[in-house]
Design a protein around this ligand. Structure first.
Ligand code: SF4
Length: 279
């Protein structure tokens, strides 16, 4: 999803997904991107104050803010610091639209703020659920909550009237792209009330590539030659590889009729029309 502004109350993610693209950013910043990544988390204790100041600038145009693009905003330490919650309160008070991407069921703690924000501006939540397969989940996302727990959180968020869907991100070629596995996720997303489902196929930037391939060699050694060939000279896969997966997800979305079925839809009230006086 394209965005111009992003907000990350934490940096360095305790979820430690093997494919995490942030490892690439960390490496470029000369910080640990291998096994040490996520062992410690940097906490931006003044993030809500800075956000409030930025939103109050005369030059601020009220554009959407993407939360969690470079570290899950629902880290275990969020339970103590509550920085994500404070940022949501600031955004709600400013009537500023935002989106969140997370694997963290802790988000249900903030349903009250998300409801208030949704009444004031556009709000969209994406729960990242790459697979429901317990073996693949444990091997690739060692620090995250089980996928079914995320879907229960999704159900609670949607039932509260908030727009929330599922991102199958990333899809791992040869691992999570099997039709039955994609079907499981889309069907479960539909059952949990997801307002939409989308997918992204794995990309491997330097810093992430080394770590991911190391884990692949340990967990799925038979796939190593295929990945080395696919990602030999590229970070992003060719469309000929990604499009069939995206088409599969699109057709599953249609088959299971994934759509916005919220009983209560919290949305900002339409802006009053500006009338011009003819003189
Ligand atoms: S949850 Fe997101 S930011 Fe955290 S390790 Fe996984 S992919 Fe990276």
């Amino acid at each position: 999803m394209p965005f111009r502004w992003s907000l990350n109350p934490y940096m360095g993610c305790a979820h430690r997904c093997t494919y995490c693209y942030v490892r690439g950013y960390e490496r470029r910043a000369d910080r640990p991107s291998g096994e040490e990544y996520g062992q410690s988390v940097r906490v931006k204790t003044n993030v809500a104050d800075v956000l409030r100041q930025e939103l109050a600038r005369r030059s601020w145009r009220g554009e959407g803010v993407a939360i969690g693009a470079a570290t899950d905003p629902y880290q275990p330490v969020e339970g103590y610091y509550r920085l994500t919650r404070k940022c949501l309160e600031v955004l709600a008070a400013a009537r500023n639209p935002f989106s969140i991407i997370t694997r963290g069921p802790m988000i249900i703690r903030d349903i009250d703020v998300l409801q208030e924000a949704s009444r004031r501006a556009e709000v969209h939540i994406t729960f990242s659920v790459p697979t429901l397969d317990p073996t693949i989940w444990r091997k690739t996302e060692p620090g995250t909550a089980p996928p079914r727990q995320r879907l229960r959180a999704l159900r609670a968020v949607v039932d509260a009237g908030i727009d929330a869907g599922v991102g199958i991100a990333p899809v791992l070629p040869g691992i999570t792209d099997k039709p039955e596995l994609l079907t499981d996720v889309v069907r479960a997303a539909r059952e949990a009330g997801a307002t939409g489902v989308w997918c992204n196929v794995l990309f491997l930037a330097p810093g992430t590539r080394e770590h991911f391939l190391e884990h692949l060699a340990r967990d799925w050694p038979e796939l190593l030659p295929r990945y080395e060939r696919l990602y030999r000279a590229t970070t992003y896969l060719a469309k000929s590889e990604t499009e069939p997966i995206k088409r599969q997800v699109a057709s599953l979305r249609e088959r299971y009729e994934v759509a916005d079925r919220r009983q209560v839809k919290l949305e900002p009230a339409p802006q009053p029309e500006q009338l011009s006086l003819a003189v």
